[in-house]
Design a protein around this ligand. Structure first.
Ligand SMILES: Nc1ncnc2c1ncn2[C@@H]1O[C@H](COP(=O)(O)OP(=O)(O)OP(=O)(O)O)[C@@H](O)[C@H]1O
Length: 385
């Protein structure tokens, strides 16, 4: 217990990986939570660091087999939540339940979770196969599988991560993406209750990230392992996860499927964070949002007064100046298959961005021209500021 506690208080964010695996396997406590396919319940979790509130009464339920993204900007509490679930960090308040077992006071070893860090935490002096086998080899004798079973498990995992031929290599002989796959295999080797990934692809270049994302999705479909991963990349979260948890200053702002989060963001914060956003300032009067002489239906729960209309660049149409909100075209750019038009509405502080398909017959307005803009789909939020 002391070793685990020491580890919790000493846990350093990035380079803790090797240390973590070491502690997890050399402390000799019986794991009580080894069942795979277990629900996770978070109840009123709170964590403060001095004056900073990292987690504030967080409630969350994750079903067995789900792939869930914890998404939010830097400092929103993602890593703290993951570490409290792992048992790397003690919460000040609340509970972590693995199925119906209260795991709040269990050591990280007893929780039997697999953890992958952003920076590859492989043992440099061990081959890929030895790294993967490590968690099983260093179990107490009574729970250690025999050599043949370990070898066959390692083989199976090497196939799963598509590195079947590379078991004899050392980590430095692998690419960054391959190392992260080995880190995943090592985490999976112990048949963890939960797989926890902290920005697993954060240190890799964009192309490799995209490939690994798809690979992780397929791996998850094969293993059905309940998985939580931290990311600040909304595209990664939307593409990979069954459900996305959006965090803000230690609180959950919204939980939903990628489609729900994208198409019905619960707040300005989520709308803004989840994709490119245009904002029109206005007022709600008699159930209509009014801005620059135009009116749009507002939801009934938005009270009269200052409000903001949010619209995605591809949902903003160009019409003639007399029919829409007049805006002056400041620039046009070609960006990966689309044309983005930047325009300014005189009364508005923020520029607007409109996306057009970059087809040969695209009707691109001239810089300096005055166009009319009209939202085709939008969301209106009461003003928070
Ligand atoms: N060991 C610590 N000591 C003091 N404050 C901390 C510590 N760890 C986290 N915090 C604070 O807690 C809050 C949440 O941090 P956390 O690392 O969980 O955020 P995050 O969303 O994972 O951020 P990032 O994306 O930058 O990793 C921040 O205000 C952070 O400064």
């Amino acid at each position: 217990m002391n070793a685990a506690r020491f580890d919790r208080t000493q846990a350093v964010k990035h380079d803790a990986g090797a240390e973590w695996h070491h502690r997890q396997t050399v402390t000799h406590h019986e794991a009580v939570a080894t069942r795979q396919g277990m629900d996770l319940h978070i109840r009123q979790l709170g964590k403060r660091f001095g004056n900073a509130t990292a987690l504030d009464a967080v409630d969350l339920d994750i079903a067995s087999g789900e792939l869930v993204a914890l998404l939010g900007p830097s400092g929103s509490g993602k890593t703290t939540l993951l570490r409290v679930i792992a048992g790397l960090l003690d919460a000040d308040a609340g509970q972590v339940l693995f199925g119906d077992v209260d795991a709040t006071r269990l050591s990280l070893r007893q929780r039997n979770v697999g953890f992958v860090f952003q920076h590859y935490a492989l043992f440099r002096h061990m081959t890929v196969a030895e790294n993967i086998a490590f968690g099983l080899r260093s179990r107490p004798r009574s729970r250690r599988p025999d050599k043949a079973t370990i070898l066959s498990r390692v083989d199976e995992l090497l196939q799963l991560i598509q590195l079947g031929e590379l078991g004899g290599r050392y980590p430095e002989q692998l690419s960054g993406g391959q190392r992260q796959r080995v880190a995943l295999a090592r985490a999976l080797a112990i048949d963890p209750t939960l797989l926890l990934l902290d920005e697993p692809f954060g240190a890799l270049d964009a192309k490799v990230r995209v490939d690994l994302r798809r690979w992780l999705r397929t791996l998850h479909e094969q293993t059905g392992q309940t998985t939580l991963f931290v990311t600040h990349d909304q595209e990664e979260a939307l593409e990979l996860a069954d459900r996305v948890v959006v965090l803000r200053e230690g609180r959950i702002e919204q939980v939903g499927t990628p489609h729900e989060i994208y198409s019905a963001p619960a707040s300005e914060y989520v709308f803004d964070f989840i994709g490119r956003a245009n904002v029109l300032e206005g007022r709600v009067i008699d159930g209509r949002f009014r801005s620059d002489g135009h009116g749009f239906d507002a939801p009934t729960d938005v009270a009269a007064g200052h409000a903001r209309l949010y619209v995605r660049p591809h949902d903003l149409a160009i019409v003639d100046a007399a029919s829409g909100i007049p805006a002056k075209v400041l620039a046009t750019h070609l960006r990966s298959g689309r044309i983005t038009v930047e325009a300014q509405v005189e009364s508005q502080a923020r520029l607007l961005e409109l996306d057009l398909a970059a087809t040969p017959d695209a009707d691109v307005p001239a810089v300096g021209a005055t166009i009319g803009v009209l939202p085709r789909a939008w969301r209106i939020y009461p003003s928070e500021r």
